[in-house]
Write a protein that binds this ligand. Sequence first.
Ligand SMILES: C[S@@+](CC[C@H](N)C(=O)[O-])C[C@H]1O[C@@H](n2cnc3c(N)ncnc32)[C@H](O)[C@@H]1O
Length: 303
Amino acid sequence: MSTRPPASDCEPAATLPHRLRQAVPLEVRVWVSRRQGRLRWIRKYRRVRSFGLSLHKNPAKVLRFVLTDPEVENFSYEIENEEEMASFLADALGVSRNRIAAYMQEGHQDPELNQNLSRRVRWRWDCKSRLSLGRRIGWYALVRTLRPKTVVETGIHNGLGSLVLLRAIERNAVEGDTGELISFDIVKSSGWLVPKSLRRFWTPVFESTFTALDPVLEGKSVDLLVQDLGAGREAELHDYETVWKHGSDRLVLLAASAHLTTALRSFAAARGLEYRHFRDIPRDHVFPGGGTGIVVTGHAGGD
Ligand SMILES: C[S@@+](CC[C@H](N)C(=O)[O-])C[C@H]1O[C@@H](n2cnc3c(N)ncnc32)[C@H](O)[C@@H]1O
């Protein structure tokens, strides 16, 4: 049996001397870490090794990632088993597979999520020139299907997930179903990928979910949570419990880092709710794949 810890696409806990790192302000640390990704060869090679790959066995893949990839964490990649993801979401929501697949297709062809996104990142040193939406295409289909009024996202990073969720919310609004997204991150510079045109549906909150989630959600009725902090079990459970308190009777909880912890599974089991799990398979990437967990309460999206 393997003793390897589950693969994370967020950075592992600090390995540099802790006190030294803490002396540097968070924004500066994040700036260095995210802007200099292409040059962080040692860190990237360590990550590759933690995924069970080696230069010897997978030279092309490993060299391409280590020498040229700007992403050290929160990887963007295409998904090999997207059809399976459509079936997974359709089963969870009790809707037809074709409906989910059609929304995924809509997302893939959407100009804001393709040409406009590519135009914005093309010349950025800290970003891939073509960003793949990966599992976030499932979040798009989820929002188009559920037509939620209030969506909460914990963990913004560059804002790729926020962009996808907001574009789905905007499309719903055009069809008469208005909605909003409230996103949380401790890093103030997060979310730069979100264009001005979509910000009217968005409330970004730059504070820890431990202190901000409960007060910000006061008086709200949350229909969908995308939990994507990658910060461990305690933070995850905190977010589920808090959102549960402010949840509508059709609340859907989604764990975007379900390959790292079993928090949502335990949360569901304690309440007698059904938990479903999906494992994505990255196409041509060193990351071995992420897990998505979902819990659907009430009558969320049934045909
Ligand atoms: C995996 S990334 C989010 C990815 C993003 N949802 C996307 O789709 O690309 C995790 C983010 O959570 C933020 N974070 C970690 N712990 C947090 C906390 N307790 N409260 C708010 N944000 C936190 C980090 O700063 C990081 O930007």
